[in-house]
Ligand binder design. Structure first.
Ligand code: 2NL
Length: 368
């Protein structure tokens, strides 16, 4: 048996010049072959280089295979000795390859982990998120408060008839109170028969016409008036009104409901008071005031040193209103109240000019 001629001839070497190979010669060739391979294994820069180096030393056509072939030319005794040397060399190389492979795997794994690392402290700007308009947020909070007090929420059309907006509310045609409302009329049907509702009261009229008492409801929504915009007026604004109709409802129930709402919505320390007023649709009528939210009642410029600010109006439902919607005022009594949602938001956030609520300038709207 001879060394494979094309397998690493220089490492495998050849027989002695006299033709007789020896265990010593094979051992020397093994030692000479192993050291550079060990160095190459230790220096392999990546798994592919290691695989190539390992194959060149340990593979079927590798240096050790070539030396193995020389065992055939030795005496049985020399063959045992040289065989042991070869096996030991193979073991050392295999161990070195395994150790280097483990090192390279660890390096690759560390690099992979570093590349995949999630930095959980990182904050990204992300998409800009919209939010509800301040008036909508205020309306939602008011609805929540009233729903918590046992009211239901009702809505109705913004285009109304004269009857729902005025006549049924104790304001027959040519009633002087109508001129308070600066009504926007629509060119639809007989003159001044269709209009943009000037308050949400027509929703209450519809409710009373459509269902029998008891009624505990609030009506939020947009209303319209032919006002020239200024710091305190916009031609469209939002209002919320409340209506209670039941047996034995008194003015005391009205005052208690207003005060319960005031404390629930504004928090402890803010209370309410009523002072006489006139509305065509209630009798008696009152304006309700709450503790000034700016100074807490001590007196300041906003409340003209009174400690109170006016929020809205209220009163006992007028018998003529009950008659218009077909409710027997001998059996049922009730109260109603109303206030502006924009005005409330303005007070709460100290907004100097109401017109910013309609401008939709993002510098304003994104503050809420
Ligand atoms: C205010 C005053 C008020 C009402 C609204 C009402 C509705 C019906 C019957 C009786 Cl159907 N009253 N609503 C009553 C008193 C005052 O609002 O200053 N609003 C901004």
């Amino acid at each position: 048996m001879h060394a494979d001629p094309d397998a690493a001839e220089s490492v495998a070497g050849s027989a002695d010049p006299d033709g007789a190979d020896s265990a010593a010669a094979v051992a020397a060739a093994v030692a000479a072959a192993v050291e550079p391979v060990l160095a190459a294994v230790a220096g392999a820069a990546d798994p592919e280089a290691l695989r190539t180096t390992a194959a060149a030393a340990l593979g079927r056509k590798g240096a050790l295979s070539a030396l193995n072939h020389r065992l055939g030319g030795l005496s049985p005794e020399d063959r045992r000795g040289a065989g042991a040397v070869l096996n030991e060399a193979r073991d050392r190389l295999q161990a070195a390859v395994a150790a280097r492979r483990a090192e390279l795997d660890a390096v690759a794994r560390a690099a992979r982990l570093e590349a995949d690392r999630l930095d959980l402290t990182e904050t990204l700007p992300g998409p800009v998120r919209g939010s509800l308009h301040l008036v909508t947020q205020t309306r939602d909070a008011l609805e929540d408060t009233f729903v918590g007090m046992g009211f239901v929420v009702a809505e109705g059309p913004e285009v109304e008839s004269d009857w729902h907006n005025f006549a049924a509310l104790n304001m027959p045609p040519a009633h002087p109170a109508r001129s308070n409302f600066d009504t926007l009329y629509l060119d639809w049907g007989p003159p001044e028969s269709a209009l943009l509702r000037t308050h949400t009261s027509p929703v209450q009229v519809r409710l009373m016409r459509d269902q029998p008492p008891p009624i505990y409801a609030v009506m939020p929504g947009r209303v319209y008036r032919k006002d020239t915009p200024d710091a305190r007026h916009t031609p469209s604004f939002s209002q919320i009104e409340g209506l209670v109709v039941d047996r034995g409802i008194t003015f005391g129930d009205l005052a208690g409901t207003i005060d319960t709402f005031t404390r629930a919505y504004f928090g402890p320390g803010i209370t309410s008071r009523l002072r006489p007023a006139y509305f065509p649709f209630t009798e008696p009528s009152a304006e309700f005031e709450i503790t000034c939210t700016i100074c807490g009642g001590a007196g300041c410029r906003t409340c003209s040193q009174t400690g109170w600010i006016e929020l809205g109006g209220c009163g006992m439902v007028h018998p003529n209103v009950f008659a218009a919607v077909g409710i027997d005022p001998e059996e049922w009594t009730g109260f109603a109240f109303g206030f502006g949602i924009d005005r409330l938001a303005q007070m709460r956030h100290a907004i100097a000019d109401m017109r910013v609520l309609a401008d939709n300038d993002l510098r304003f709207t994104t503050q809420f």
